[in-house]
Design a binder for this molecule. Structure first.
Ligand code: FES
Length: 576
């Protein structure tokens, strides 16, 4: 124990013999506490992202009590602070619009209250990066408590995967190959317990990244939400954060360039969601690590995918991943690619936390000598269509589309695409390249997950299940297919995507990482001169602020005024 009780941050609220502190003390007494509860004990904020509309976090109402038990056991004073819930399945137009809102709320809530350390309860997609971004900027000890994946889906004995099987069976329904009754069975069986999506979609990706950054207890991210081990892990989080406060184990000692390297490597090895890109960039930059898209592409070229989990794999789900040994086993399998000296919230370097980890099923967690995909999960393409880059998930697309040339079919908005895509008279072939634009960070706004454009019904009926698709939007981490996303700069601010016309030939060469429209420069210049900037959609409120300050996808979509200048220190200004 290195920190003295008198130096606790919360002592600034409760220790002084002045009128303001008297007010703080008497109002705590108003809630039944007394001086035994504060003063010499670290006050631990438990940031709870529970809500009645967030099925992924339905157990957080109970788990918060398990965390409190641990805090009390270790001699701390737990306080629950509710924050926005960001339910992926309930929010419109997209939860990404609110990621930075939760990050701001986290930072300001922690900074403004008498808090010494924080447990961050998250898991549903954007909650993980949002809580982590805010807590990094607040700068005091924190530990991330992952919600855990839900149980496998089940329909008539067949396993169902979150998102992935919804997309799959929806296409079959549109193609007329399954009945209404079968569709209802899928709807009822695909989400059977609390917990986040149980494919390696965005939620599992981001909690794995949090663990690889060193922000969770070892192995925490793989524990299914409904497993009793999740309760024990929650209580241990409560005990550990109290020790972290005394040890002054702050995020800057954990989220270093080495930790970001580990997070990036693990993301690639797990077949991560494309959404990992914007979140990794923004979290790393908050911590002062200048990660770029080129770094991610390099990691993608050198890290094989060893987690055989859907949607990259074709069978197993997160429950299987846990039974196979979970993330500790996976990291142990790829330990030669990791920086094992990186510190973790456990108080031990990563290498120590991996000791004794074993793979129990080498088909689920593959050895490096037998990966399910020889390169990493993501590739970054550049060219005259995306000078600042765009992202593709090669492991999830049909091989015939890795090098492809075809005519563009352009949609200017999501409603236009939705109205047109299933028309029998749509002029489209399987070789067309579907383009949806004006759906980026400012244009969406918030980059909705519209990037996995539906395959037109007439193409589905011809037996095709994949086409090349390009957008400045994102796609769900549970999606799959030849989708090229996050095109930067986006169309809404006049990026080259705004200049494409239906019928232009698009060429994509994945091995050479290029994406181009085969249109001469003179033609492009005349289209650029004719281009008129669309109006922002929000005229007031948070949406207005978002549109004014959001950065582009290749920079992580943080707000310009929240980004940390590299080299500047994190942490709080003096609070009196
Ligand atoms: Fe919450 Fe997928 S809807 S993680």
């Amino acid at each position: 124990m290195t920190k003295q009780a008198a130096n606790l941050r919360s002592a600034r609220w409760f220790a002084p013999d002045d009128l303001r502190s008297s007010g703080h003390r008497s109002r705590m007494m108003q809630m039944g506490y007394d001086e035994k509860d504060w003063g010499k004990k670290p006050i631990i904020a438990i940031l709870n992202t529970w809500s009645d509309l967030n099925a992924c976090h339905a157990h957080f109402k109970d788990r918060v009590e398990h965390v409190k038990r641990g805090v009390l056991q270790a001699g701390g004073f737990p306080v629950e602070l509710p924050v926005q819930s960001l339910s992926e399945s309930a929010l419109k137009p997209t939860s990404m619009l609110y990621r930075n809102f939760l990050a701001m709320e986290t930072e300001e809530l922690l900074r403004a209250h008498p808090i010494d350390g924080a447990v961050l309860m998250g898991g549903c997609d954007k909650t993980t990066p949002a809580l982590v971004m805010g807590a990094i900027s607040a700068g005091f000890p924190m530990i991330f408590l992952p919600a855990g994946p839900m149980l496998r889906g089940n329909y008539k004995g067949e396993w169902l995967g979150s998102g992935s099987d919804a997309w799959k069976y929806w296409d079959e329904r549109r193609a007329g190959t399954i009945s209404e009754e079968q569709w209802t069975g899928v709807e009822e069986g695909i989400a059977r317990s609390y917990g986040h999506c149980m494919t390696f979609g965005t939620a599992s990706t981001m909690t794995a990244i949090a663990e690889a950054l060193g922000l969770t207890l070892p192995g925490a991210s793989s524990i299914p939400a409904a497993d009793v081990n999740h309760i024990r892990m929650s209580t241990r989080c409560g005990r550990r954060i109290v020790e972290m406060v005394w040890d002054e184990l702050t995020p800057d000692k954990i989220i270093t360039a080495d930790a970001v390297h580990n997070a990036t490597t693990v993301a690639m090895a797990t077949g991560c969601s494309t959404n990992a890109v914007v979140h990794l960039l923004s979290m790393a930059r908050r911590a002062g690590v200048p990660l770029t898209l080129d770094d991610l592409d390099k990691a993608g070229r050198t890290t094989p995918v060893v987690a055989n989990i859907r949607p990259t794999g074709d069978k197993y789900l997160m429950e299987d991943f846990y039974y196979a040994g979970g993330l500790r086993a996976l990291m142990s399998e790829i330990k030669d690619l990791l920086k094992l000296d990186a510190m973790t919230v456990s108080g031990f370097p990563l290498g120590e936390t991996l000791k004794g980890a074993e793979v129990y099923n080498s088909d689920v967690i593959r050895p490096l000598s037998n990966p399910i995909y020889h390169e990493g999960s993501l590739a970054v393409l550049k060219g005259n269509l995306a000078p600042d880059g765009c992202v593709m998930k090669p492991s999830a697309c049909e091989p015939r589309l890795r090098v492809h040339e075809g005519p563009a079919l352009v949609f200017d908005s999501y409603p236009e695409m939705k109205a047109m895509i299933d028309r029998e008279d749509l002029d489209v072939t399987a070789d067309h390249v579907l383009i949806l634009r004006n759906a980026g960070p400012k244009g969406g706004p918030g980059m909705p997950e519209w990037g996995m454009l539906p395959i037109p019904k007439k193409i589905l009926k011809q037996g095709y299940r994949d086409m090349l698709r390009i957008s400045d939007a994102r796609m769900s981490g549970t999606s799959y297919g030849a989708c090229i996303l996050h095109v930067a700069p986006e169309a809404h601010i006049g990026g080259p995507l705004s200049l494409v016309r239906t019928g232009d030939i698009i060429r994509v060469d994945l091995p050479n990482r290029s994406i181009d429209m085969l249109v001469d420069e003179e033609t492009l210049a005349s289209r650029r001169a004719e281009w008129v900037a669309p109006a922002d959609k929000y005229e007031r409120g948070y949406g207005w602020m978002f549109s004014k300050h959001i950065k582009q996808a290749n920079e992580g979509c943080d707000f310009d005024f929240l980004e940390r200048q590299f080299g500047a220190t994190a942490g709080e200004p003096d609070i009196f």
